[in-house]
Design a protein around this ligand. Structure first.
Ligand SMILES: [Mg+2]
Length: 349
């Protein structure tokens, strides 16, 4: 995502500042207006915001100022940290501001009643409860507040496009988007495969969100840390952004196969969560990967799954081919063009 942050009001919101640093660490482009930038963020003058291609605005406290900055930058979505006092002293201008953009509101658990009693035009399901009052421990990318703000921003952006669910392109990472190295915990090893940026650009131009779903058992097996896994994903985001592609969401399972989780492909939990967060219609969506389990995960989630010839190319020792066999494509670009042709035929048809 490309996010603007209104610096005014951030000083008293350490959790939000921690989350903003975490978003930058996860590879989002984050620019702070009117305050010192958090680590990894850019600093930008207010007069320059209209010239940037921003998608959402984040801020704390007075919603009129945050929404005004968002409108100046022509964004559609905002995430605001507010408390009971802010909600209690809402005037007509605040109410207009809340509804001028698609808003998600971060509110302390202790203020939940205030949200319920006065949602002020913001749907109740757009409120997110912050647990605790101080930033969590550990690297900013791995903290719960980062996850919450990232999800809130994704949800706000998806809903700002309207209520209709969309067909998404789900893609595996290793061997499908980037060269398969086996247990990649170092961002320096990120190497985009040929045609990948073009494929993702075509999918997004046609209106389909692009969601990465990846098994990162290297975390569960102790080969690298959770922060390393986020650093590699961040590098992927930055490489693709340099090629003109923004990823709509990146999700990964950090568990080992023997952990018995439901998020590891061919489990479908990450697909279901992404569908809820991004308003995705799974039956019309498409999953592409380089292993049988990628196609199988897509199939279990109710969509078409395809296997590309890059990476493992669907050839894994001891893993029998699916019955009936998955679709095969020489590369991601051909797979995506097949998906787009099918979608076009369905919509027109
Ligand atoms: Mg793979």
């Amino acid at each position: 995502m490309r996010l603007l942050v209104r610096g005014h009001g951030l000083a008293g919101e350490p959790r939000l500042r921690s989350a903003i640093a975490g978003l930058a660490g996860r590879g989002h482009r984050v620019a702070v207006v009117g305050a010192d930038p958090e680590p990894g963020c850019e600093s930008i003058a207010e007069r320059e915001v209209a010239a940037g291609a921003w998608e959402g605005v984040i801020g704390a406290g007075a919603v009129t100022g945050i929404a005004a900055l968002g409108r100046r930058a022509a964004v559609r979505a905002m995430v605001v940290a507010a408390d009971a006092a802010v909600l209690a002293r809402m005037g007509w201008a605040d109410r207009m501001a809340w509804t001028s953009l698609t808003a998600f509101v971060l509110i302390d658990e202790s203020d939940a009643t205030a949200a319920r009693d006065g949602a002020h035009g913001v749907p109740l399901e757009h409120f997110v409860l912050w647990p605790g009052g101080t930033p969590s421990e550990g690297p900013a990318t791995t903290r719960p507040e980062t996850e919450m703000v990232e999800r809130a921003a994704e949800r706000a952006l998806a809903r700002s496009l309207g209520p209709a669910p969309r067909a998404a392109l789900f893609v595996d990472r290793d061997g499908t988007l980037i060269v398969e190295h086996g247990y990649l915990g170092d961002p320096a090893g990120v190497e985009l495969l040929p045609g990948v940026a073009q494929a993702l650009r075509e999918a997004r131009t046609a209106g389909h969100p692009v969601v990465v779903i990846s098994n990162q058992a290297g975390v569960g097996r102790g080969r690298f840390s959770l922060a390393d896994a986020y650093a590699v994903m961040a590098e992927l985001r930055r490489r693709l952004r340099a090629a003109g592609v923004e990823l709509d969401s990146v999700r990964f399972c950090p568990h080992a196969p023997e952990d018995g989780c439901h998020c590891r492909k061919p489990g479908t939990l990450l697909f279901e969560r992404a569908a809820e967060d991004l308003q995705i219609h799974l039956p019309h969506s498409f999953m592409v990967g380089d292993k049988q389990l990628d196609a199988e995960a897509g199939r279990r989630a109710g969509m078409v799954g395809a296997i590309v010839a890059s990476g493992y190319g669907g050839e894994e020792p001891g893993v029998p081919p699916l019955t009936p066999p998955a679709l095969r494509s020489p590369d991601l670009l051909s797979a995506v063009r097949g998906f787009l042709a099918r979608e076009e035929a369905r919509v027109i048809g």
